[in-house]
Design a protein. Structure first.
Length: 333
């Protein structure tokens, strides 16, 4: 039985880690007219780290799914994989080696290595349907899953993804429940509820392209537009040899002021590609771009433009003073 690992959009955890570099983007803001959602509760964003949610299942048709968050990318500490697993791996079945719960000492090492305690909680926010769920860390299993990129004949502790099991034996028909969801480990809920929206694009005229987008060494392609509250989003394709290699986004407020701009590029992405645009070449079953107020005390976000083959994507803020949140996705290509 061969395990299959699929990555869901995002999960967020408050652990310490140096930021990874992903595809370069730029954000520029010409005015301070982008607002934030003010709340009485203040969230410490100093050590926010973002993760993808993973689905793990066998390759068999209609097989059950496990939902798992790997924290290996940010783990700092002594190896939590039990020594007897490595010692006795040749006598274990593939199923026994592929997935196991960490013992008590291993669980403590994992928590300590990502600066969590049993008193913290996991907040899962399904922003597509505006559903929030809280799960105490003390009720989550600390587990290890064999990476699908590992050599099954020569395993070592680094062959495993370490993290927390969110759910098990989920039906494949419930896959969409875990799409468009993010999670955070900590002692406070950081999410703004009911303020995210799918970005539905439509074609814009050539006058928009001339008005808001500068010339480039690339050839200008199609132009699109979308709306969020009092802001209009314009997106411009740039082509090289007929292929889209760059997309530039500008945000215009209801006073016709350019309040932000951002560039999404395939340069240096090593096999990356642009995701389909909802309303143009994707339907409601394949929505990738989302925008809105997602984090308490923060400006709006936008994400879902790029799919990386190597490396991981990011959440971007519509504010030049806010750094992107890189997503730790445990990508081991």
């Amino acid at each position: 039985m061969v395990a299959t690992l699929l990555f869901l959009p995002l999960a967020i955890v408050s652990c310490q880690k140096e930021e990874k570099k992903t595809v370069a983007t730029e954000t520029k803001t010409t005015t301070d007219s982008i607002k934030t959602i003010k709340t009485k509760e203040k969230i410490d964003y100093t050590h926010f780290n973002i993760f993808s949610l993973s689905i793990i299942s066998s390759a068999e048709k209609d097989a059950d799914m496990d939902i798992f968050i790997s924290v290996s990318d940010v783990y700092k500490g002594e190896q939590p994989i039990p020594a007897d697993i490595m010692k006795n791996q040749k006598q274990m079945t593939y199923e026994e080696r592929q997935h196991f719960e960490l013992d008590a000492p291993g669980r403590k090492k994992l928590l300590d290595g990502i600066y969590l305690t049993e008193k913290d909680s996991l907040y899962i926010y399904e922003y597509g349907t505006n559903k929030l769920q809280r799960m105490p860390v003390s009720q989550l299993k600390a587990v290890a899953y064999l990476s699908p990129y590992s050599d099954d004949e020569d395993l070592d502790p680094n062959s495993y993804m370490m993290g927390f099991q969110v759910a098990t034996h989920q039906k494949t028909t419930d896959y969409d429940r875990y799409n468009n969801a993010i999670a955070y480990f900590g002692n406070k809920n950081p999410f703004v509820e009911n303020k995210m929206k799918a970005v539905k694009w439509q074609k814009a005229g050539t006058a928009i392209s001339k008005k808001y987008f500068s010339q480039s060494t690339f050839t200008q392609g199609k132009t699109y537009q979308a709306q969020y509250e009092n802001m209009t989003y314009y997106l411009q394709d740039y082509l090289e040899e007929g292929n889209t290699v760059e997309r530039r986004l500008v945000i215009i407020n209801d006073h016709n002021e350019k309040i932000a701009e951002k560039t999404f590029s395939l340069a240096g992405s090593d096999g990356g590609e642009f995701l389909p645009l909802y309303g143009i070449d994707a339907d409601e079953a394949n929505i990738f771009q989302w925008t809105g107020y997602l984090f308490k005390g923060k400006p709006p976000v936008i994400f879902g433009f790029l799919a990386q083959s190597f490396g991981c994507p990011s959440i971007s803020f519509l504010d030049k003073n806010e750094k992107d949140f890189p997503i730790n996705c445990d990508n081991r290509h």
